[in-house]
Design a protein. Structure first.
Lengths: 297, 267
C-alpha cells in the first residue's frame, strides 16, 4: 500500500508539470480560439535562453527576469506580427500559422544558443525527502515537491488575477463573445498581447522545471505533446480542467506503468495517457469541466 | 448613472447623429442603398422593416462594426471615417444585439461590470498587484453597477451565471451592460424579440424610463408595430435596404409604401 501511494504521489507531482504546459495552451485558446502549436517551442526557447544567458556568466537571479522579458517580448511580437494580420481567418489557418511559428522559434533558439544538450541546475536535488521517508517509508522527491509548489503558486496567482481584475474579466469576456467585447470597448488586441505574454511567462516556468529534470534539449518541444491528452481530459477552455487533467494524466500514467506495465511487457507510460484521453473523448467530448454541447436543430 | 431626476430631462434637442447617403454591400448583396436620416438628442428613434430589410446592418454601421462603401456619418458634429466599435464605445455609443451577445459563463454582475471597461484606468501592473487605482476603481465602479442593477430590478440574479437565465432576463442583463457605460446614444436591436407580453411591457417601461430619467438618446429596432407606435418619437422604415418612410408614428402609419411593405404587397 505504501508503494501504491508512493507511485501515486510521484505521478500527481509530475502531473502538475503537465498542467503547467496545458495552461499555456488554454490561455491562448480561451482568448483567441487559436490552438497554439508553438507552445512547446516556447518552452524550449525559454529553457535554452535561460541556460544560454547563464553560460554567458550572468548570475542565476538575473537570468530569470531577463528570460522573462525575452518571453514577454516573444509573446507580444507573435501576437502583433503573426496573429493580428490573420485576424478573422479560419481557425485552421491560424493553426497552420502556429505550426510555422513553432519551427521559427525552434530555429531562432538554436541559432542564438547552439543546439547541444545542456544541463540546468536549479540547485534542488531529485532525492527523497528524509523526514517523509523516516515517517512513512515513502520516497517523495524533493525536486518534485518544489516543482509542484512553484506550479501551484503560479496557477493560483493567475486564477486570482483573472477572476478579480478588469483585465481578467476582459479576458473572460473576449473568450465568450468577440463582438460584444468590442462593443463595450474592450481593446481586443491589448488583451491578446497580454495573453501571449502570460503564455510566454508560463512557458518559462515550464521550461525551467522540465529543463532541470530532463536536460535542456530539443526533446523539450515534445512536452507539448504530453499536454494534448491533458487538454482532451480537461477541455480546451478550462483552467481548472488543465490542472485536474494534468494531475489525472500524471497519476494514471505512473500507476499504469507500475501496476499494468509488467503484464504487457512495460513501456506503456508513453502511450497510456493517449488511450485514456481517447476513451474519455468517447464518453465526454466536452471535457471534464466543459459546457455540455447541446445542438439545436 | 447619476441619480434619477424626478422630472423629465427629456426635451428633444438638436441633431446628434446624421447619416447621409449610406450604402453598404456584402459582395453582391446590397444591404443598404443610399440611406439618409438623422437622430436628435433625447429622442427615441425607431427603425422598422421586414426581415432582411437592413435594420441590423444600419445599427452595425452606426457603431462601426460595418464600414459603408459610401456615405458619411456625423456624430456630435464630427464626420466619422471607418470608426471601429471600440471608438464608438469611447464616444458614448452603447448597444445590444439582436442575438443576445452576453458573456455566458460570467455572472450577471461581471457582465455588467464589463460595461464600465472604458471608465477604468488602472494599468496592468497595478491590476496584477491589486494596488492603488486598481483596487479603488473596482469598488467605485461596483457602486455604479449596483445602481444599474437596482434600476432594472435584477438584484435577485446578480450572482447567477448569465447562461442559466431565461431569455427575457438575458435581454434585460444585456440592456444593463449597455446602460452601465452611461451612454449618450443607446442602440437596441430588437430588445423585445421573443418575449411574452408581460416581459415586453417591462422592457418598454425600462426603455422609456432610461430615456426620461437620464435623457439617453435611443435608436431602437423593433418588429412589434404596437410597441413602436407607442414609444417612439420618430420612425424610419426600411425595405430591401432602401428607406421607404420616415416621420412620426402617425405619419408612417398612413404611408402607402409602408403599408404595402408590411402587408407583403407589390414584392
Ligand atoms: N455580415 C454579413 N455578410 C453578408 N451579408 C450580410 C451580413 N450582414 C447582413 N447581411 C445581409 O444584409 C441584408 C440585411 O440584413 P440585416 O441588416 O440583418 O436585416 P434586418 O436586421 O433588417 O433583418 C440581408 O440580406 C443579409 O443577409
Ligand atoms: Mg436584424
Amino acid at each position: 500500500m505504501t508503494f501504491f501511494f508512493e507511485v501515486l504521489i510521484g505521478g500527481l507531482l509530475s502531473g502538475v508539470m503537465y498542467s503547467l504546459v496545458a495552461l499555456g495552451f488554454v490561455l491562448i485558446y480561451k482568448a483567441s480560439g487559436v490552438f497554439n502549436f508553438a507552445q512547446g517551442a516556447m518552452v524550449f526557447f525559454a529553457a535554452l535562453t535561460f541556460v544560454g544567458l547563464n553560460e554567458l556568466g550572468i548570475p542565476f537571479w538575473l537570468c530569470v527576469p531577463a528570460t522573462l522579458a525575452a518571453m514577454i517580448l516573444l509573446g507580444l511580437a507573435t501576437e502583433k506580427f503573426v496573429l493580428r494580420p490573420l485576424v478573422n481567418q479560419p481557425q485552421i489557418t491560424l493553426f497552420m500559422a502556429t505550426i510555422g511559428l513553432s519551427f521559427f522559434i525552434e530555429g531562432l533558439a538554436q541559432l542564438m544558443w547552439g543546439a547541444n544538450v545542456r544541463g540546468l541546475d536549479l540547485g534542488i536535488q531529485d532525492e527523497p525527502i528524509q523526514w517523509i521517508s523516516d515517517a512513512t517509508t515513502m520516497n517523495v522527491s524533493k525536486f518534485d515537491i518544489t516543482a509542484a509548489g512553484i506550479a501551484a503558486v503560479l496557477v493560483t496567482v493567475l486564477a486570482v488575477f483573472f477572476s478579480r481584475t478588469r483585465i481578467g474579466r476582459a479576458l473572460r469576456a473576449v473568450a465568450d463573445d468577440h463582438q460584444a467585447a468590442l462593443a463595450v470597448g474592450i481593446p481586443l488586441q491589448q488583451i491578446w498581447g497580454i495573453v501571449w505574454a502570460v503564455a510566454g511567462a508560463v512557458a518559462l516556468v515550464a521550461g525551467m522545471l522540465w529543463g532541470a529534470r530532463n536536460g535542456v534539449q530539443f526533446a523539450l518541444t515534445f512536452v507539448a505533446l504530453k499536454a494534448l491528452p491533458v487538454l482532451i481530459l480537461g477541455g480546451f477552455e478550462s483552467i481548472p480542467g488543465a490542472i485536474v487533467g494534468g494531475l489525472i494524466i500524471g497519476a494514471s500514467e505512473k500507476l499504469a506503468e507500475v501496476f499494468l506495465g509488467p503484464y504487457v511487457g512495460g513501456g506503456i507510460e508513453g502511450w497510456f495517457p493517449y488511450v485514456l484521453a481517447l476513451l474519455f473523448l468517447l464518453v465526454r467530448p466536452e471535457g471534464l469541466f466543459g459546457e455540455k454541447i447541446i445542438r439545436r436543430i | 448613472m447619476s441619480a434619477p431626476k424626478t422630472e423629465s430631462v427629456r426635451k428633444i434637442g438638436d441633431t446628434i447623429l446624421k447619416l447621409e447617403n449610406i450604402s453598404l454591400a456584402f459582395g453582391g448583396v446590397k444591404a443598404l442603398t443610399d440611406i439618409s436620416f438623422d437622430v436628435r438628442e433625447h429622442e427615441i428613434r425607431a427603425i422598422i422593416g421586414p426581415n432582411g430589410a437592413g435594420k441590423s446592418s444600419m445599427l452595425n454601421v452606426i457603431n462601426g462594426v460595418y464600414h459603408p462603401q459610401q456615405g458619411t456619418i456625423t456624430f456630435h458634429g464630427d464626420v466619422r471615417h471607418n470608426m471601429r466599435p471600440h471608438d464608438a464605445a469611447s464616444q458614448g455609443i452603447a448597444r445590444t444585439f439582436q442575438n443576445i451577445a452576453l458573456f455566458k459563463s460570467m455572472s450577471v454582475l461581471d457582465n455588467i461590470m464589463t460595461g464600465r471597461t472604458l471608465k477604468m484606468k488602472a494599468n496592468f501592473i497595478e491590476q496584477a498587484l491589486w494596488i492603488g487605482r486598481a483596487r479603488r476603481e473596482e469598488f467605485a465602479q461596483r457602486a455604479k453597477v449596483e445602481q444599474v442593477i437596482d434600476f432594472l430590478e435584477i438584484q435577485h440574479i446578480r450572482k447567477t451565471p448569465v447562461g442559466r437565465l431565461p431569455y427575457g432576463l438575458q435581454k434585460r442583463v444585456e440592456l444593463a451592460r449597455a446602460l452601465a457605460a452611461e451612454p449618450t446614444l443607446l442602440l437596441l436591436d430588437e430588445p423585445m424579440a421573443g418575449m411574452n407580453v408581460e416581459e415586453k411591457q417591462d422592457m418598454c417601461r425600462f426603455i422609456l424610463d432610461v430615456n426620461e430619467q437620464y435623457g439617453t438618446t435611443i435608436v431602437l429596432i423593433e418588429h412589434d408595430m404596437g410597441v413602436v407606435m407607442d414609444i417612439s418619437d420618430r420612425v424610419v422604415v426600411l425595405d430591401y435596404g432602401k428607406k421607404i418612410g420616415d416621420g412620426t408614428p402617425a405619419e408612417v402609419r398612413g404611408n402607402k409604401a409602408v403599408i404595402d411593405a408590411y402587408l407583403g404587397v407589390a414584392h
